[in-house]
Design a protein around this ligand. Sequence first.
Ligand code: NDP
Length: 460
Amino acid sequence: MADHDLDLVVIGAGSGGVRAARIAAGYGARVLIAEEYRVGGTCVIRGCVPKKLLVYASRFADEFEDAAGYGWTLHEPRFDWRTLIANKDREIARLELAYTTNLERAGVKLVKSRAMLEDAHTVRLATGETIRPRYILIATGAAPWFGPPIPGIEHVISSNEAFHLDKLPARILIQGGGYIAVEFAAIFNGLGSEVTLVYRGENILRGFDDDLREHLKAEMTKLGVRIVCGRTVRAVQRTQRAFSAKLSDDSTVDVDKVMFAVGRWPNVAGFGLDEAGVRCTPNRGIAVDPLSQTSVPHIYAIGDVTNRVNLTPVAIREGHAFADTMFGDKPTAVDHTNVPTAVFSEPEVGTVGLTEAQACERLAKVDVYKTSFRPLKMTLAARDMRAFFKLVVDGENGRVVGCHIVGPDAGEMIQLVGVAVKMKATKADIDAVIAVHPTSAEELVTMREKALSHRREAAE
Ligand code: NDP
């Protein structure tokens, strides 16, 4: 111990790093956390939190329209992008301060500096100071990737810049079909931009349940998002008025902004991982074992930089588990299965567990229950919007192994369904619950008719 300046240096003060630092300090460890940008990381500064604020803003337009059916007369609503961005920035600054204060209260030393690994044991700060801690935790997150270079890539923005545009683009093209592309397509569409979503595959949200994807695409299309599948952006050219994006089928789309959301890459470059002997996986994340230990025994890594399940609550759980393991004498591996997740599109998506296709690959018998309906609120609003619910059940023991929802509050609902799935609830357990009426969530406990049943043929 005496050989070490500190017990722990955390590199990166995002959700995972901050949690690990605070909990470790709570166990009595001497902790320093280094952050080169702003405290809070992607989630707080330019991810989940500001994104959700923009999502809220984008949903008012439909609410104003729907209010008429409920007897309200509104004057023409007007939207001001600059007000939204300024208010959002104020809230993010407040949160950043709260994170900083919590670190200080926990006794963590915060250093606003880039940190590098000089060798496997030495951390060098941008100030030139070097530290030899007992343990090092890398929690440097990930950053937007722009895909292979194309002509005009310098005109393309990522979600980072989308949070700080000086005005709302009247027309925007977004390339990608994952969380970020779909969420920003919904945000800009709701705020009044003309949105073209360009995706290279057959349908958006690859990896999600196929029925859910179909349903979402149809609903987003109804709301006015132009979804162009099977194409990519080949080039972006500045024109007199804005930009012209050339697609792989040689068609062009004229827009005021082009945004790419084609994935994020772990932040592993340029801070001495090779010098320290820390190995990466073929998918570019830092390779770790179930306790987040890297190839160097006293160096650990958590969160997006490990490219396991890239979600904030997972990084937080990994950070907490690391601190429990190393300083709390409670070795804890994070269970990465059945993680509930939401896509804050319009309509919203909530999902947990296996898709129908995954269940069919893994289980001998699979029962599927699904329903689609118009939520009650949409009736007087005269809005043609349908929600979708699906349960995937292990046909051999009745366990619910997957749930997929598209519709208002899907994110809120899936958090609770996640509890049931994690507890290994069966379809019969869910059926035994009495409905809360009238809600959308009651559909979960009232789906009686099997839509499909798959049975894998026994091998000959
Ligand atoms: P994703 O990995 O989810 O999606 C990337 C998309 O870009 C995919 O549709 C992919 O297509 C497409 N793509 C990849 N390479 C190319 C290429 N060369 N040309 C054209 N298209 C390409 O990344 P995101 O950037 O959307 O999000 C990053 C991570 O952030 C996600 O993994 C998610 O975990 C997290 N996140 C979570 C949110 C939430 O919880 N609500 C919100 C936002 C982000 P294909 O499918 O064919 O591979």
